[in-house]
Design a binder for this molecule. Structure first.
Ligand SMILES: *Cc1c(COP(=O)(O)O)cnc(C)c1O
Length: 450
């Protein structure tokens, strides 16, 4: 069966995320029939290597036998039950595991059912915490330039990517924006540590002026993903933690994209040896199977909400599918795979292979900013490398690479002119090499007329 009939039906009724639907006059929409390991297969038998882990959610490949089996088993017992007044084994076990694995001091788990909800939970919990301890004047937040925390109204308010944000400005609350620690934004020759220090001093100014009104700073530890795969030095996180302590402001670590081994450690915060006040997990939490997110926090935060009902101190945030049993079962099976396959050690080898393969693009006249943190590797297309001049956004060079990829068995969905690899952890070394060859050829095609 060809792809055509499904595409035709789709385009009559669906409205796709992060898409100008008009693009589908020229950019193919691809119905997937089957997904196995790192491969997606369409109805015409064409394959696509899922180099971006289906928007960063998939960790151990599609249709993983152990996760399939865990969900199947759970389905035999119970699909879902409300988590208010009731509880269940998969939710309890998952929270126990997360508390054991997370940076020390994070002892309480509050579930959401997608990443943006976890962000909303942390924002509300932080503000409500300060109110509960008699500091209701603390109402503001700090975000970092180019950060992305999701697209619900609160999450978008603490994000700093114009593409997603500008149209909705009238709906959003204002947030202080601290400078970016991304070394690429600094003067040539500046080290990552120096960039981190410079960004911290900018943040210190904001804190010195506004700390009395501030609830929290929210950060994507080590890699700001949707904002263009911008990476920073772990010392930035240490500095953040110290400044938050000094000024009495919470630190929210949004590890929705970078958690679960993406950066080389189970959680990115480990590389700075810090414990945030809130740790947000989503995306890979269920191995890419089911929507689930969680906000971990400290006993100190929890205790500030614990009181007689009449005091208004309870955290009354609720999602219908809170702690869904099938999703918890998938998450538990995913955590098991980390242990059984020694995934972090495997990732170190795969990350080295990715780095070596991408290094072949170093001298490409239209490639700049090759960078990597663990299982995330990225580069940018530029019109003029020496002058550091970007292509006009309207030329959509990244999209040309995407289209070339689709014709050559690779799903390489870019972020503008930033191309990146963020594959499932079960990719093979020869598949990485093949992927980078397609990427390189795609870049040649996309920049040939420049
Ligand atoms: C994807 C993402 C979110 C939002 O998660 P959704 O499940 O898409 O709502 C939040 N923060 C970061 C860092 C993300 O990458």
């Amino acid at each position: 069966m060809p792809n055509g009939p499904l595409v035709e039906r789709d385009l009559k009724v669906l409205w796709h995320p992060c898409t100008q639907m008009h693009d589908h006059l020229t950019v193919p929409l691809i119905p997937i029939r089957r997904a196995q390991g790192v491969w997606l297969e369409d109805f015409e038998g064409r394959r696509y290597l899922d180099a971006i882990s289906s928007w960063w959610v998939n960790l151990f490949g599609h249709s993983h036998p152990a996760i399939n089996e865990a969900v199947r088993q759970q389905l035999g017992n119970m699909e879902h039950v409300l988590l208010a007044g009731f509880t269940h084994e998969p939710a309890i076990s998952l929270c126990e595991s997360l508390v054991r694995l997370a940076p020390p001091g994070l002892t309480r788990c509050f579930f959401g059912d997608n990443g943006s909800s976890a962000v909303e939970i942390a924002l509300k919990m932080s503000l409500h915490y300060w109110r509960n301890i008699g500091k209701a004047h603390k109402t503001d937040f700090v975000t970092i330039a180019h950060s992305y925390h999701g697209e619900t109204v609160g999450a978008l308010s603490v994000s700093d990517v114009g593409l997603y944000k500008d149209a909705y400005a009238p709906l959003l609350f204002t947030t202080h924006v601290a400078p970016s620690p991304d070394p690429r934004a600094a003067a040539p020759g500046t080290t990552a540590k120096e960039s981190a220090a410079a960004a911290l001093s900018g943040l210190a100014d904001i804190l010195a002026r506004h700390h009395e009104r501030l609830c929290a700073i929210i950060v994507e530890p080590l890699v700001q993903c949707a904002g263009g795969m911008r990476m920073h030095d772990p010392s930035y996180l240490q500095g953040l933690r110290a400044l938050c302590d000094e000024y009495g402001v919470h630190l929210i670590a949004d590890e929705i994209a970078v958690g679960f081994g993406r950066t080389g450690t189970l959680f990115a915060c480990e590389q700075a040896k810090i414990t945030p006040d809130f740790l947000l997990l989503g995306k890979g939490l269920t191995g890419g199977y089911l929507p689930l997110s969680v906000c971990l926090t400290t006993e100190a935060v929890y205790a500030a909400f614990y009181d007689d009902y009449g005091t208004g101190k309870a955290f009354l945030h609720s999602h219908s599918y809170t702690g869904n049993a099938l999703a918890c079962a998938a998450a538990l099976a995913t955590l098991d795979i980390f242990i059984q396959t020694d995934a972090l050690a495997v990732n170190r080898g795969l990350a080295a292979t990715m780095g070596e393969a991408l290094a072949t693009l170093r001298d490409h006249p239209h490639v700049t900013g090759i960078r990597q943190t663990g299982m995330i590797a990225a580069l940018d297309l530029v019109a003029d490398k020496a002058a550091g001049r970007a292509y006009p956004a309207g030329e959509r060079r990244g999209l040309r690479v995407y289209r070339h990829g689709l014709e050559h068995e690779a799903l390489l969905r870019p972020l503008g002119d930033t191309l990146y690899l963020m594959p499932p952890y079960v990719i093979r070394e020869d598949e990485i090499d093949a992927l980078v060859k397609v990427l390189a050829a795609g870049i040649d095609v996309a920049t040939a007329d420049a």
